[in-house]
Design a protein around this ligand. Structure first.
Ligand code: SF4
Length: 294
């Protein structure tokens, strides 16, 4: 619960506020850009919601915030915002909201499909979200893109008897019992519509998931930079090998996709042609000696 005593001094006056426990995950700015803005290393309320639409978006941000840093003076109900998740992005692909602090507020996604639903990375194991996903058919597969964004994976897997998938090079003590371990650099067909593509770089065992040759769930390998208006990867958050990450990015040119759905950073939808151009531009920047890919 956000605390007024530690509210950020730069919030504008009004009902909504952000306190200084914010970890700058960016999700509130993505969900409610009319209310929240960035002031360097934290978010603040820069404009109080004035329409019901903006207020609902701000409440969804409150629900999603991984550190419960967003509050309201009036303690207004967020029940309707809670019920908004999972939230449809496109076709049968959904954003889960309910981010977890242990994955630094990474986004997670749910694909609803007749063959069994797929949860990509781990949201908070929050009862309202669990119940909503139960109604949507549960979780058959849980695809973990890399070691950092696994959050409450054990609870999700146990509750839904879901099979977790993670690359061997990112298995840690907390994920030692995952049901399926990927190896090597070869892409692995998980189902007719699901392809796991190892993309070492950010971490040694980072892997992305391609769904229906249209949706690429990229974890922390690749994302859209709003500031640069381009696909982006950054050596400043590369924990294993930038050279390896660059080679992994080059291998993505073998695939067609229209959506990039990351753990951190912005998602983007482009035509497959434009996406390829963007990817090629990102690779060119990654190869520069400056190691900047923005
Ligand atoms: S969602 Fe929460 S932690 Fe993330 S930037 Fe907003 S206030 Fe900060």
């Amino acid at each position: 619960m956000a605390l007024l005593e530690i509210a950020h001094p730069r919030n504008v006056l009004g009902d909504f506020f952000v306190d200084t426990t914010c970890i700058d995950c960016d999700l509130c700015r993505q969900i409610a850009p009319d209310t929240f803005s960035d002031i360097g290393d934290q978010s603040i309320v820069y404009h109080q919601p004035e329409t019901s639409e903006h207020e609902f978006a701000a409440l969804k941000a409150l629900v999603t915030c991984p550190t419960a840093s967003i509050g309201t003076l009036s303690n207004r109900s967020a029940k309707a915002a809670v019920r908004a998740y999972p939230e449809l992005i496109d076709d049968n692909v959904n954003f889960c909201g309910f981010a977890s602090e242990s994955s630094y507020g990474a986004s997670s996604y749910l694909i609803i499909r007749p063959e069994g639903n797929v949860l990509i990375d781990s949201p908070r194991f929050a009862t309202p979200l669990v119940k909503r996903i139960e109604k949507l058919g549960g979780v058959r597969l849980m695809f973990l893109t890399h070691r950092d964004d696994v959050a409450d994976h054990e609870k999700w897997a146990a509750h839904f008897s879901a099979k977790r998938i993670l690359h061997r090079d990112d298995v840690t003590r907390s994920t030692a019992n995952v049901e399926r371990v990927l190896t090597g650099l070869e892409a692995v067909t998980l189902a007719a519509d699901l392809l796991a593509v190892p993309t070492p770089g950010h971490t040694r065992g980072h892997t992305v998931l391609l769904y229906r040759d249209r949706y690429l769930f990229t974890g922390d390998h690749l994302w859209w930079s709003q500031a640069n208006d381009s696909l982006h990867a950054s050596s400043s958050v590369c924990w294993y090998s930038w050279a390896e990450q660059t080679r992994s990015m080059e291998r993505l040119l073998d695939y067609e996709f229209e959506w990039v759905l990351p753990g951190h950073g912005r998602r983007v939808h482009l035509s497959s042609t434009l996406m390829r151009e963007q990817l090629a531009g990102c690779i060119t920047r990654m190869r520069r000696p400056s190691r900047a890919a923005s």
